[in-house]
Design a protein around this ligand. Structure first.
Ligand SMILES: Nc1nc2c(ncn2[C@@H]2O[C@H](COP(=O)(O)OP(=O)(O)OP(=O)(O)O)[C@@H](O)[C@H]2O)c(=O)[nH]1
Ligand SMILES: Nc1nc2c(ncn2[C@@H]2O[C@H](COP(=O)(O)OP(=O)(O)OP(=O)(O)O)[C@@H](O)[C@H]2O)c(=O)[nH]1
Ligand SMILES: [Mg+2]
Ligand SMILES: [Mg+2]
Lengths: 273, 291
């Protein structure tokens, strides 16, 4: 355990590093953070843990963690690989915004996957927001465009755009996403928030995901989901440190309220449990 | 690549003819990093490298190989042994239908995989039925129904009962319609959610399946060990399916899941399309994991 009062020998630091690796922090980041902590020569286990927490929080982004809602209507584009929790996270975000008295409309721009629009429609009905869908197989950029136009015409102040999951290695799909973003930027002037949804149970691949999506459409924030499971999401440290993109929310369940603002200190404490 | 890194490591050492313990320790430090970067679980890496060390120290370096290549060869073989056999077939029950239960974490690819399996078995002349036993996720039933229409496979649904009773009804319908494969899609769940795991156990009991397949996302990180163990505890898995292998994740989760369950990887998902289901090839997977 990290709080052991034994002497801080090699095996203490190896165990510490292993705890971080087991939390998906990644071997390089774990080694760097452990080394930095060790170099501060903490007196005992408790001091080591405190120093480690400082090092981890220090490695994370300084960027604003609140949702960036710019323009009228504000546009939030939600992207990520398959199955990470984009559609569900959009429902949760819409509910939060509605509680904040915002007039939200959703764009079901996943026109590819079976019953993607049905799924978003069920959520929209539950949350009490409007949703615009398109023909199956139709151009997702067209659905995004249509939704934006309707929002502007009918006085909605927020547009949240759901997109199909796609693996970052598929360049044609990343191009398709780029087009959705371009159309939205053309109409809105800018996309206030591009949220990348990362699955908290995913390992090192999340870094590549963040890099590729950032390159393709620009990512302003991350939602890390499924942290109600045993995964601790340590990869968030590397993503924030290496790319400077802040985690804004974490998903902690399948219900509409299971989304909480990300707190680096709480996150780091949970990482070391 | 790992082989280049190890070549550098060994170039700095004075190994000749046989791998010394110092040589092997230095090289295994690099191998450890490669496996961890590939998401193999840290405890699994430890025990695997202990096995490799035992085989490697004192091993004769073959004439045609460099010491680095000799070590990588041992690691590669160890990975292949851990990954298990290829061509692990599906069970053949004494009496039809072959009942397949699909389980796993949220978003791992169960529903898509269930449909792919149905498609695959139909193309082999079987008469499958899909069972929409995910009563929780919004439009999960619609999703499976739409996939069923796409591949011409009937989908059993019942929105009025709980999953175990639904499964009983499905089996009855399959027998009366002479369908000889029943593939049950279930809701994604956390292995630590006791209520949902008990529900899954109840579904398992009702289904009395011939195959119980854990669907695992190839990009799963360190928790693959806990996930695989968790599901194994509640329902006796007969196999694994690794999904999203068309991505660039190294797939170390496969090693972790294999190590803790000992169950064969029966299929891999290699795309979103209904035909994107492949056989599992341990040698290919081993190379992919090593990087
Ligand atoms: N336990 C848990 N499950 C979650 C969370 N977020 C999403 N899920 C579940 O993950 C599964 C996938 O969620 P979706 O919202 O469909 O994911 P997606 O990214 O839209 O998937 P695709 O559109 O197919 O790429 C569903 O079963 C969700 O209920 C979370 O924070 N915790
Ligand atoms: N690229 C790729 N995508 C896949 C593969 N298998 C599934 N998917 C995608 O992953 C996402 C999740 O698939 P689902 O079948 O809905 O996953 P699930 O396990 O049933 O999800 P829940 O029911 O919410 O737990 C969808 O976007 C699928 O199209 C695969 O092998 N490759
Ligand atoms: Mg979705
Ligand atoms: Mg499903």
């Amino acid at each position: 355990s990290l709080m052991g009062s034994g002497r801080l020998d090699d095996s203490f630091w190896d165990d510490l590093e292993e705890t971080l690796i087991a939390a998906d922090v990644g071997v390089t980041t774990a080694a760097a953070v452990t080394e930095e902590t060790r170099s501060r020569r903490p007196q005992d286990g408790a001091a080591a843990r405190a120093a480690l927490e400082v090092a981890l929080v220090g490695a994370m982004s300084d960027e604003d963690r609140s949702l960036r809602l710019i323009g009228n209507p504000a546009v939030v584009l939600v992207v990520g690989v398959n199955g990470t929790g984009k559609t569900t996270s959009i429902a949760k975000l819409a509910a939060r915004m509605r509680a904040d008295q915002r007039r939200v409309i959703l764009a079901a721009a996943d026109t590819f996957r079976a019953a993607a629009d049905d799924q978003l429609r069920v959520w929209a009905d539950r949350v009490g927001v409007e949703v615009v869908t398109g023909e199956s197989g139709s151009d997702p950029a067209a659905v995004a465009y249509e939704t934006y136009q309707r929002a502007a015409a009918e006085g909605y102040d927020t547009v949240i755009v759901d997109t199909a999951g796609r693996l970052q290695s598929k360049s044609n799909l990343m191009d398709e996403l780029g087009k959705v973003a371009r159309v939205l930027r053309r109409e809105a002037g800018e996309i206030g928030e591009v949220l990348l949804v990362l699955d908290g149970t995913t390992g090192q691949n999340s870094i590549g995901q963040a890099r590729s999506f950032a390159e393709a459409v620009g990512v302003t924030g991350i939602v890390m989901t499924k942290l109600d499971g045993t995964a601790r999401g340590g990869i968030a440290v590397a993503v924030e440190h290496d790319l400077g993109i802040p985690v804004k929310f974490i998903g902690v369940g399948e219900g509409v309220d299971d989304l909480i603002p990300f707190d680096p200190t709480e996150f780091v404490e949970a990482l070391l449990e | 690549a790992l082989s280049d890194q190890l070549n550098d490591t060994f170039a700095r050492l004075r190994s000749k003819g046989r791998l010394s313990e110092t040589d092997v320790d230095a090289a295994l430090r690099e191998v450890r990093i490669a496996l961890l970067e590939a998401d193999v679980n840290v405890s699994v890496v430890k025990s695997m490298l202990a096995r490799v060390k035992e085989r490697a120290v004192g091993a004769e370096v073959m004439k045609s190989l460099t010491p680095a290549q000799q070590l990588i060869k041992i690691v590669h073989e160890e990975l292949i042994v851990t990954l298990g056999e290829d061509e692990a077939p599906l069970a053949r029950p004494a009496a039809p239908p072959l009942v397949i239960l699909i389980a796993g974490l949220q978003g791992s690819g169960k529903t898509t995989t269930a449909a792919k399996l149905a498609r695959h078995l139909k193309s082999k002349g079987r008469r499958p039925m899909l069972v929409a036993a995910d009563l929780q996720r919004p439009a999960a039933i619609d999703q499976l129904e739409k996939l069923g229409v796409r591949i011409g496979v009937p989908v059993y649904t019942d929105r009025g009962v709980k999953a175990p009773k639904l499964v009983k009804g499905a089996l009855k319908a399959a027998r009366s319609d002479s369908l000889n494969v029943v593939i049950i899609d279930t809701a994604g769940r956390l292995q630590i959610d006791e209520d949902l795991m008990k529900e899954l156990a109840a579904v398992h009991k009702a289904a009395d399946p011939d195959e119980v397949l854990l669907v695992l996302d190839a990009m799963t990180g360190q928790e693959a060990v806990n996930v695989a163990n968790g599901f194994l505890d509640y329902i006796d898995l007969t196999g694994l399916i690794l999904t999203k292998l068309d991505g660039d994740a190294r797939g170390g989760a496969a090693i972790s899941a294999r190590e803790v369950t000992g169950r064969p990887i029966k299929f891999v998902g290699v795309g979103e399309g209904i035909d994107d289901l492949d056989a599992f090839y341990p040698e290919r997977m081993a190379s992919r994991i090593l990087g």
